[in-house]
Structures are given as structure tokens and as C-alpha cells.
Design a protein around this ligand. Structure first.
Ligand SMILES: NC(=O)c1ccc[n+]([C@@H]2O[C@H](COP(=O)([O-])OP(=O)(O)OC[C@H]3O[C@@H](n4cnc5c(N)ncnc54)[C@H](OP(=O)(O)O)[C@@H]3O)[C@@H](O)[C@H]2O)c1
Length: 168
């Protein structure tokens, strides 16, 4: 299982239900990495996606405690305990990668099961942001495996940093 997130300088990821930044190339990269695979998201992340549609060419899993929640194109689970049996059913030979795509609540609960993290580090601070994921730079169980050059979109500077759980 992998994490894929864009974070600010303090590993914050969202504000008021929305994203902190929109970087076109990052969204393309997100699509390239996740297409053909399985994505898991919390109900609030889905509601932040324009149109609230499933991500195309991916198996979409949505997590909510609301047993009446219905959304076409999603496998809906009401507990993370239901996640692993579902993944076994959907991906019996583990041919597909599984990506935790948001938000903070889901990432914090599933971090323990993640082996890789694809992090887009945005060189900005958003002190007003209200959602975060754990800072893997401070987590002794994780190590950085790759750092890209610095890219720029307008006045937003960013880089891609890959992490791996130690001992993999
Ligand atoms: N920067 C990035 O890369 C990135 C990526 C994705 C999202 N985001 C941002 O992150 C924010 C959303 O994150 P969030 O942490 O507030 O919410 P979230 O993780 O997307 O969703 C939280 C919801 O998931 C459900 N849930 C969580 N744990 C559960 C469990 N154990 N069992 C069953 N259901 C569970 C609950 O839904 P119910 O309330 O329906 O029960 C809960 O309210 C937004 O601002 C979004 O834009 C940023």
C-alpha cells in the first residue's frame, strides 16, 4: 500500500475541505502513478473532488461510517477492517498497486500498512490549513529514496520526494 499526497512545508494537505494548491503537472503525475490501480479515499476527500466522480481507470474505494451512503462507481466500506478482505477480493494476485489518496484521517489510520509514499513537497507554508499527514522526515521507520529536481508552476515551487518504509 502506498501514500500519495501533496504537502506544504509542515506536511499540511488541506483547508476547509479543499486542496492547498493545484499543480497541473502534479495532477498528471498522480494520474500516471495511480491509473490501472486501486485508490482509497475518505468521504471528505471525495466531496472535495469536482463532480464527486470516481477516478477514471482506477478501482475506487470510499470509506464512510454512513451505511446509507451511495455513490456510483465506488466500492463503499464502513470500516477499515472491511478494507483488507475487499482488497483480497479485488486484487487476489496483488497485481495492482493500492494508493491511499486522502485525506488526512484515512492516511493517519493506514500509514502503518503503507510501504511507499509519493510526496509532492510544495515550498510554501499554509498556517491556516486544517488537515495534515504525518511528517515522514521525522519518522525513523521511513527513509527517503528519491528526490526530484525543483519544478515551478508560476510562483509555486515544488519537488517530488519518494519514501520507503525501512526494511523493505
Ligand atoms: N494534498 C493532498 O494531496 C490531498 C489529498 C486528498 C485530500 N486532501 C485534503 O484533505 C482534506 C480531507 O481530509 P480529512 O482528513 O478531513 O477527511 P478524509 O480522510 O478525506 O475523510 C474523512 C471521512 O472518512 C470517513 N472515515 C474516516 N475513518 C474512517 C473509518 N475508520 N471507518 C469508516 N469511515 C471512516 C468518515 O466519513 P463519514 O464522516 O462520512 O463517516 C470521515 O469523516 C480536504 O481538505 C482535502 O482537500 C489533500
Amino acid at each position: 500500500m502506498n501514500l500519495i499526497f501533496a504537502v506544504d512545508g509542515n506536511w499540511r494537505i488541506g483547508y476547509g475541505g479543499g486542496m492547498l494548491v493545484h499543480i497541473d503537472e502534479d495532477l498528471h503525475r498522480f494520474r500516471r502513478l495511480t491509473e490501472g490501480n486501486i485508490v482509497i479515499m475518505g468521504r471528505k476527500t471525495l466531496e472535495a473532488i469536482p463532480g464527486q466522480k470516481p477516478l477514471e481507470n482506477r478501482i475506487n474505494i470510499l470509506v464512510t461510517r454512513n451505511k446509507d451512503y451511495k455513490k456510483e462507481g465506488f466500492y463503499i466500506i464502513n470500516s477499515l477492517e472491511d478494507l483488507f478482505p475487499l482488497l483480497k477480493e479485488l486484487n487476489p494476485n496483488k497485481e495492482k498497486e493500492v494508493f491511499v489518496t486522502g485525506g488526512g484521517t484515512i492516511a493517519r489510520q493506514l500509514l502503518l500498512f503503507c510501504k511507499k509514499a509519493y510526496i509532492t513537497k510544495v515550498f510554501m507554508d499554509f498556517p491556516e490549513a486544517d488537515t495534515f499527514i504525518p511528517n515522514l522526515d521525522l519518522d525513523p521507520d521511513w527513509r527517503m529514496t528519491n528526490v526530484s529536481e525543483v519544478y515551478r508552476q508560476g510562483d509555486i515551487y515544488y519537488k517530488y520526494v519518494d519514501y520507503e518504509r525501512k526494511g523493505q
